[in-house]
Design a protein around this ligand. Structure first.
Ligand code: ZN
Length: 105
């Protein structure tokens, strides 16, 4: 019974982004399991736009510049403010769009 990617994950020490404590891999017991952290993959993006084939419209998209893994321990994850920050980092374009809507009248 091998856990997927366990050997690669165990060789690196992960720390919580918020409180800095080291986190452990999920422990599986006979009847339960213990989750110690949540990880989120995101990255720095840059908005780019391209002309569509008909040359009339432009399409915009987010280009990934660098990938980032955000690790949050189970304790910090319970904090709604931490979850909101994670969401903002995961969807920076959503956060930017909401700001834009607020500014418009
Ligand atoms: Zn933490």
């Amino acid at each position: 019974m091998a856990a997927q990617g366990a050997s690669a994950a165990q060789s690196r020490l992960l720390r919580c982004e918020d409180c800095g404590r080291p986190v452990r891999e999920t422990e599986h017991g006979r009847t339960a399991y213990h989750v110690d952290y949540y990880s989120l993959y995101t990255g720095e993006v840059e908005e780019q736009s391209l002309a569509s084939e008909d040359g009339e419209r432009r399409m915009t998209f987010q280009r990934l510049l660098s990938a980032v893994e955000i690790v949050t321990c189970a304790d910090c994850y319970r904090d709604p403010a931490v979850q909101r920050r994670r969401e903002e980092r995961y969807r920076p374009e959503t956060a930017a769009a909401e700001e834009g809507e607020g500014a418009r009248e």
